[in-house]
Design a protein around this ligand. Structure first.
Ligand code: DAT
Ligand code: MG
Length: 153
């Protein structure tokens, strides 16, 4: 796999959808130069959310997190590009919006950790797992953006 074909899983959470931030978030990833590989609007079943956050199953906030994530539709998506996992996390900000710098999504639009607007994979390995959990292979589009020749040298 070419380095600029790294993929990450990003999801606008129910608060981000309800607050009309989907377009803003798409805009930031598009303008950065990353390529959209897949996207949908989905009312996620609790089983899927429990699996998505399985690493947190023993944390006190796990049940509340699953409730929040199932409280409305989410917008799962897959973005592709050089170092997209790490750069995506930088664009999101810290887990707690209170610790997130202005200019990041959580820093610009959120206040509390339980309403932090957006999810992003924390490693290439977890991105692979999350993409497989939320999308079928057929839903992932393989194409080369015509902008790539200008985004990359
Ligand atoms: P991130 O979403 O930045 O990867 P995480 O994986 O540590 O953060 O936690 C997953 C989500 O759980 C996070 O986006 C919001 C929620 N969360 C994390 N820490 C929490 C806490 N102390 N209290 C309540 N919710 C928390
Ligand atoms: Mg995480």
């Amino acid at each position: 796999m070419a380095a600029n074909q790294e993929r990450t899983f990003i999801a606008v959470k129910p608060d981000g959808v309800q607050r009309g931030l989907v377009g803003e978030i798409l805009k930031r990833f598009e303008q950065k130069g990353f390529s959209l590989v897949a996207m949908k609007l989905k009312q996620a079943p609790k089983d899927l959310l429990k699996q998505h956050y399985i690493d947190h199953k023993d944390r006190p906030f796990y049940n509340g997190l699953v409730e929040y994530m199932s409280s409305g539709p989410v917008v799962p998506m897959v973005w592709e590009g050089l170092n997209v996992v790490k750069t995506g996390r930088v664009m999101l900000g810290e887990t707690n919006p209170a610790d997130s710098k202005p200019g990041t999504i959580r820093g610009d639009f959120g206040i509390q950790v339980r309403r932090n607007i957006i999810h992003g994979s924390d490693s290439v390995e977890s991105a692979k797992k999350e993409i497989a959990l939320w999308f079928t292979p057929e839903e992932l589009c393989d194409y080369k953006s015509c902008a790539n020749d200008w985004v990359y040298e």
